[in-house]
Write a protein that binds this ligand. Structure first.
Ligand SMILES: Cc1cc2nc3c(=O)[nH]c(=O)nc-3n(C[C@H](O)[C@H](O)[C@H](O)COP(=O)(O)OP(=O)(O)OC[C@H]3O[C@@H](n4cnc5c(N)ncnc54)[C@H](O)[C@@H]3O)c2cc1C
Length: 310
């Protein structure tokens, strides 16, 4: 299929930040297109239960994603999912997005909301058991492991701080780290080491996750001896870093050293008419609530920009 269409605003990314932006834009009668490279909902669909989104006592990530999509469409936004974005040209007055299949979309403004991904271990079983016992977010999922035994993978500040914070729920937390020392602040190391319900497996790595509908056990290799043991476990939290999905905006948008998009208070980027929202931006906390807040601000700023450019 080939073609071309013009919009007031194109939103790149259909996670909570992008979908919220679309709700606000379409409701303000702006012609709005959301293009999402993955499944609509972004990282939300990776979690089976969301219990901390205000106003919704408990829901699945999939259900919340579909509700946000329907809400955006009900105001007239078009939402395209599972598309491959071949190139973006966002520097001029007319912004251009080219998709696979020779489809070109243009717009007066762009909201970039590509989110991010937790760095994964990349070992067998991990993809299949994500959200089914393997988590990358203690704030989101800690509560599901009340009185359970869990493993935290990593040796940096996040891993050690989250290991301690997860003792609010879990009865035992084992930190599995590939090195013989931690790469974290002294106080984080001391707090974790001093905690009676946190223990450590140093110079060890998880080599495989096992389970059908839920995680049941992990293989852990001792890098010192070369021996591998299988351990029954209720949950594994992986904290080995976070990667923003901003690779395709390098050289266009101002990014910090971590690759996160630098934005103003109004979510404006360094390019006029281009705004950014959600996990891909430089910020401390990454949650659905913070993503929807960013999406709201980016949409209101983009609407003002489109209005002014008439
Ligand atoms: C397992 C897990 C559980 C979580 N549980 C919770 C929870 O319970 N509560 C909570 O508040 N938060 C939770 N979070 C965090 C929350 O999901 C994220 O903070 C939030 O989804 C970020 O929203 P976003 O819209 O910025 O990005 P994302 O949700 O990452 O969505 C971005 C979308 O953009 C797409 N995309 C990427 N690049 C492009 C491009 N160039 N063009 C077009 N599309 C692109 C991606 O494929 C993705 O679909 C969880 C995260 C994970 C991983």
């Amino acid at each position: 299929m080939t073609g071309e269409a013009h919009f007031d605003t194109i939103v790149l990314g259909g996670g909570p930040a992008g979908l919220t932006a679309a709700i606000y834009l379409a409701r303000a009668k702006l012609k709005t297109l959301v293009i999402n490279e993955g499944t609509v909902g972004g990282q939300m669909i990776l979690t089976h239960e969301i219990a901390n989104y205000p106003g919704v006592e408990k829901t699945s990530g999939y259900a919340l994603s579909m509700t946000m999509k329907k809400q955006a469409e009900s105001f007239g936004a078009e939402v395209l999912a599972n598309k491959t974005v071949l190139s973006v040209d966002i520097e001029g007055d007319v912004k251009k997005v080219i998709l696979e299949g020779d489809v070109t979309y243009t717009a007066k403004s762009i909201i970039v909301a590509p989110g991010g991904r937790s760095r994964t271990l990349g070992v067998p079983g991990e993809d299949a058991l994500k959200g089914k016992g393997i988590s990358y977010c203690a704030t989101c999922d800690g509560d599901f492991f009340t009185d359970k035994e869990i493993i935290v993978v990593g040796g940096g500040n996040s891993a050690l701080e989250e290991a301690v914070s997860l003792t609010k729920y879990a009865k035992r937390v084992t930190v599995v780290h590939k090195l013989d020392h931690f790469e974290a602040h002294k106080h984080a190391v001391e707090e974790a080491k001093g905690h009676p319900r946190v223990d450590f497996m140093m110079e060890s790595v998880i080599t495989e996750f096992h389970g059908n509908d839920r995680l049941e056990s992990v293989d852990i290799k001792d890098l010192h001896t070369g021996n591998t043991l299988n351990r029954k476990i209720d949950g594994v939290f992986v904290f080995i870093g976070y990667v923003p999905n901003t690779e395709s905006f390098k050289g266009m948008l101002d990014l910090n050293q971590a690759g996160e998009i630098m934005v103003t208070e109004g979510m404006a980027t360094n390019i006029p008419g281009v705004f950014a929202a959600g996990d891909s931006t430089a910020k401390r906390f990454r949650q659905i609530t913070t993503a929807v807040a960013d999406g709201t601000i980016a949409a209101l700023s983009a609407a003002e920009y489109v209005e002014r450019s008439h």
